[in-house]
Design a protein around this ligand. Sequence first.
Ligand code: 5AD
Ligand code: FES
Length: 329
Amino acid sequence: MIEESTRSDRDYLFEKARKIKESYFGNKIYIRGLIEFTNYCKNDCLYCGIRRSNKNAERYRLSKDEILSCCETGYSLGFRTFVLQGGEDPYFNDERMTDIVSSIKERYGDCALTLSLGERSYESYKALFEAGADRYLLRHETADSEHYAKLHPEEMLLSSRKQALYDLKEIGFQVGTGFMVGSPYQTTESLCKDLEFLYEFKPHMVGIGPFIPHHDTPFKDFDAGSVDLTLLLIGIIRLILPAALIPATTALGTLSSRGRELGVLSGANVVMPNLSPTNVRDKYSLYDNKICTGDEAAECRYCMERRMNSIGSVIAVDRGDSPLLAGSL
Ligand code: 5AD
Ligand code: FES
């Protein structure tokens, strides 16, 4: 894919992608405050550093008060979307999770709340939605079922993943999906299936980032994904889903010091600085060398603002809902 494109093909693509993005969003980039609230996980995805078999992972959970205090810090820094992300941790059952969701929405009624908690039942998603959650992120990881089976243990199925995504949409969430670029055994055909699935499912948000090996996983000796291919795919996805919210991800920023800026220049329009307390940051280790693990929330917030301003974009402080909801499309 990437091998066949020339520099000028790619510049042409990125220019088109930027134009389309600007027609919907101007030069605004949305910020989402990411709170990584548990690294316990019952799953065993082969690529992920917090998989249950990784006995070296130092596990933590944030309490409800700690989560609320991250929101308080985030709110004062201008965040109007909070993303609660965690491993699939049975401790956070519906009762605990709906309590957290409704407490956040009670205090920060003008903010959007995004959840990223993996696969749950229809009833559970519905309870979370009714408690006030607005959005849900669940990457499909790969839309090629044979490839899916090489990245996940037997008990995980692409069909269940897709069902969860359709459930979320039906319930009324703004839904995000996505995949890793350059994950082991990925082929151009599997990437084409990813793009087809995105076109068919039409998510409101699409998160893609390069695969990066983690030293305590079975994929420790595989190469990381390519920054250039990730950028190319961001550009293509912007053309396929013009109004999508597409983050320039931390993984992209980890592989290249200007990765997030390049992501935005290729068609991304969201950045997700970390609001997790600094004492747990390095424990939410999905892959090696993750950036920002030593930085305070405020440092990331202003760092991101400078980075965006340096490429002619501005950080938007509203909720940044999908334009698809406003009935404008
Ligand atoms: N490299 C890059 N991304 C990863 N993720 C998990 N492990 C890795 C890794 N080793 C991504 C998955 C998951 C998201 C939260 O992080 O796509 O959905
Ligand atoms: Fe975290 Fe730059 S975004 S330090």
